[in-house]
Design a protein. Structure first.
Length: 385
């Protein structure tokens, strides 16, 4: 049921009690000496920016992390007073909002710092900021050699409170040697600045994977996203039991269609049925984000082979190459192309399928469209945290 008392045709169910449980689990892992930043970028990984932020803060998160300043503004307008770090560099003109709403920008180059300091000066404000150091991600942040040259001017900007310093690991789960190299480079920068009398209360480098795999790198704070939502980071097979998945995507069967062997399904006639069966029509499609996935460039020939084999399996209807949904706890394959708003699954081998029966879907959480209703369960979030 949605907030209007009606039954939606498709929806995402988000268990806030599961998120509260996961935050508490992470806090226990870290202990009292290490602060937790709850990463809530991308609408809290598709779980609801404001709702998840309130739960995370109530369970002991010390700071929130987002990519864009407008995400921070939404949190402030929702009454959330906790510190909010903006990961990306601010564009010219975005400094006013950061200052007005008391957000914490990341500083990645000198001109950005100068612009922000000028806005703070006009507003009569001192704003906390975090210094970003580039150690191997090749995206944003000061290269160590550039930072050494710019340090005197940078840290003379009295309108900026240098609250934190951090870096971003590129392959924490996949390349331990490179991760340790990044960490050595980062701690070397921190040490060099300390020798010049520049100290930062909050040093942070670890994401979810690094926090699990390298306890010695947790420093003053860790940035946790994936674990909060009940998932292990990619490449981490085990090591943190007790997480609860907080997210599920649902729809309902809207039509049952009897079809004959040899019939083709969907646009392009790309799938041909090998037997008489029943198809269940679902009111979801790629306009909702269903069937849409990020396809990374293969990292090598073996990776390329896996992609090709999986694609060929899907084309020929081989089970391990197909996408599945779950109906009454049993798998049913998606057949034919996923349409814009309608899709078909083969339910010929499943008993007792009726119109309206719930169907659990798989989808990438961060690409599912906001037009799909979100139903929150589990705990009552508190306002003004």
């Amino acid at each position: 049921m949605d907030n209007n008392g009606t039954t939606p045709a498709r929806w995402v169910e988000i268990d806030l009690a599961a998120i509260a449980h996961n935050v508490a689990q992470v806090r226990r892992l870290l202990g009292p000496e290490v602060r937790l930043m709850a990463v809530v970028k991308a609408d809290a990984y598709g779980h609801g920016l404001v709702q998840v932020s309130r739960v995370a803060i109530s369970q002991g998160a010390a700071m929130l992390g987002v990519t864009h300043p407008e995400e921070g503004v939404l949190l402030r307008e929702a009454g959330i007073a906790a510190p909010i770090l903006i990961f990306r560099p601010l564009l010219p003109g975005e400094e006013e909002a950061a200052v007005a709403f008391g957000l914490t920008p990341s500083i990645s180059e000198p001109e950005q710092a100068r612009r922000l300091a000028a806005v703070c000066r006009r507003a009569g404000r001192v704003l906390p900021v975090h210094l970003k150091v580039e150690t191997g991600m090749s995206r944003t942040g000061f290269l160590p050699e550039v930072l050494r040259k710019e340090a005197d001017e940078l840290f003379s900007l009295r309108e900026l409170e240098w609250e934190g310093i951090y870096t971003h690991f590129a392959a924490a789960a996949g390349d331990p040697d490179f991760t340790r190299r990044q960490f050595r480079l980062f701690t070397g920068v921190v040490r060099d600045l300390a020798e010049r009398g520049i100290y930062f209360p909050l040093r942070h480098a670890c994401n979810s994977a690094a926090a699990l795999l390298y306890p010695e790198m947790r420093l003053d704070m860790v940035r946790i996203g994936t674990l909060l939502y009940g998932q292990l980071p990619a490449g981490v097979a085990a090591g943190f039991p007790g997480l609860k998945d907080a997210w599920s995507f649902w729809t309902r069967v809207i039509h049952l269609q009897r079809v004959r062997r040899g019939a083709t399904v969907g646009y392009g006639r790309t799938y041909r049925l090998r037997r008489d069966t029943t198809l269940a029509v679902l009111p979801v499609g790629y306009s909702d984000g269903f069937g849409v996935d990020v396809i990374p460039r293969p990292s090598g020939l073996l990776d390329l082979a896996k992609v090709l084999v999986k694609t060929a399996g899907a084309y020929f209807g081989i089970p391990w190459g197909m996408q599945y949904v779950s109906i009454n706890g049993k798998p049913a394959p998606v057949v034919g192309r996923v349409g814009m708003e309608l899709s078909c699954v083969d339910v010929g081998k499943l008993p007792d399928i009726e119109i309206g029966v719930p169907v659990r879907l798989q989808a990438r959480r961060t690409v599912l469209k906001a037009s799909v209703p979100r139903l929150f369960t589990g705990v009552q979030e508190k306002e003004g945290i």
